[in-house]
Design a protein around this ligand. Structure first.
Ligand SMILES: NC(=O)c1ccc[n+]([C@@H]2O[C@H](COP(=O)([O-])OP(=O)(O)OC[C@H]3O[C@@H](n4cnc5c(N)ncnc54)[C@H](OP(=O)(O)O)[C@@H]3O)[C@@H](O)[C@H]2O)c1
Length: 323
């Protein structure tokens, strides 16, 4: 099969022929239609996190996908060849024509979405779901502050929290204000112009932190006692949580077909929607990485556009069309 591979940490991606994988009795083989690019792909490939997130080289990146079940293992029930599915895993491998996965991490593809749209869903939407509900315990009538609300994860968090009956406040660029209002945000605080802790009139029940650093530190000032600070980016200081009488934790996505199935239902009925910025062909994955790395100085050894050349990216995911 054709696949995109990384041969060494920090190296260029290569598009070439590799053996088609076989499946175990408890796996399904998915013929990948599309996959999507995540920061995690680039960060793992850079080698900077090899102690905590090692990869086996050569490595096929890609933690999420849409596709069609090609073959099922003898122990698998609930799926059959020909089923259109979406899924995510923690190990990668989706920048390829075929991927073996456990049925526990897939769900049926919403029929209303194209394969390109569907591939953009699993990582961002499940991270948002688990961040705000599983770890943040967000309930109807509460208020949530989402840092980085216009990003891939943030946009799902805004939609899911709003659908759950919460008041949604986000930090983002003012360019994204109309977009964020259209998907359920009631207040958008421009992080370039204002400090959220000075703008907020009342404290919030949950903070979902997709930014980290100083943004996370200042979040303690706006959390109600007993509130939850959930970060997808970095560990949360337990000294600070004790000082402010709140809970705080860093989450890591735990791919779940059950959660993904609930998300797929909301997508199918049009309650939430995906956001695709750009679609590349699989063989252009190296270019897609260069484009995304322009927003991530220092990652994967690719320089940003130039000193002072801060550029705004369109919101939405970068998708790779495989077939
Ligand atoms: N723990 C996990 O399991 C997990 C899973 C998925 C993702 N993540 C992490 O979660 C983070 C978000 O991922 P993503 O895919 O949503 O990223 P993304 O699509 O790149 O979005 C980042 C967003 O943050 C905005 N932003 C930048 N600086 C900001 C600030 N100081 N305050 C508020 N907004 C700011 C950006 O806006 P501009 O365009 O205006 O700069 C952009 O809209 C990443 O660090 C990713 O690695 C973790």
């Amino acid at each position: 099969m054709k696949a995109v591979r990384l041969l060494e940490y920090g190296g260029e991606l290569e598009f070439n022929d590799v053996p088609t994988p076989t499946i175990a009795r408890d796996e399904v083989l998915v013929k990948i239609k599309s996959t999507a690019v995540n920061h995690l792909d680039l960060v793992k490939a850079s080698g900077k996190v090899r102690q905590i997130l090692p990869i086996d080289l050569p490595w096929i990146p890609g933690h999420e996908f849409s596709g069609v079940v090609e073959q099922i293992g003898s122990d698998v029930a609930g799926y059959a060849p020909g089923d259109a599915v979406i899924g995510a895993n923690g190990t990668g491998g989706a920048y390829a024509e075929y991927l073996p996965v456990r049925p526990a991490v897939i769900a049926r593809k919403p029929s209303t979405l194209s394969f390109e749209e569907a591939a953009s869903v699993p990582v961002a939407a499940q991270t948002a779901w688990e961040g705000i509900f599983t770890h943040g315990h967000l309930e109807k009538g509460q208020t949530i502050l989402i840092h980085g609300g216009a990003g891939a994860v943030g946009a799902y968090a805004v939609q899911l929290a709003s659908h759950a009956g919460a008041t949604v406040i986000v930090t983002a660029s003012s360019d994204d204000e109309a977009y964020l209002n259209s998907i359920g945000a009631s207040q958008v605080i421009d992080y370039r112009e204002a400090q959220f802790e000075k703008v907020l009139r009342e404290k919030v029940d949950v903070v979902f932190d997709l930014i980290g650093g100083d943004t996370q530190k200042r979040s303690f000032l706006v959390l109600k006692e007993g509130g939850h600070l959930v970060s997808a980016t970095q560990p949360v200081s337990q000294e600070e949580t004790a000082k402010y009488h709140v809970s705080g934790e860093m989450m890591r996505l735990a791919p779940s077909g059950d959660v993904l199935g609930k998300i797929a239902k909301l997508l199918e009925e049009g309650t939430i929607r995906p956001d695709v910025a750009t679609v590349y062909a699989l063989q252009d994955a190296a270019q897609a990485w260069k484009d995304i790395a322009g927003n991530l100085p220092g990652v994967h050894g690719v320089s940003p556009s130039g000193p002072g050349a801060e550029r705004r990216r369109p919101h939405g995911k970068i998708v790779l069309r495989v077939a």
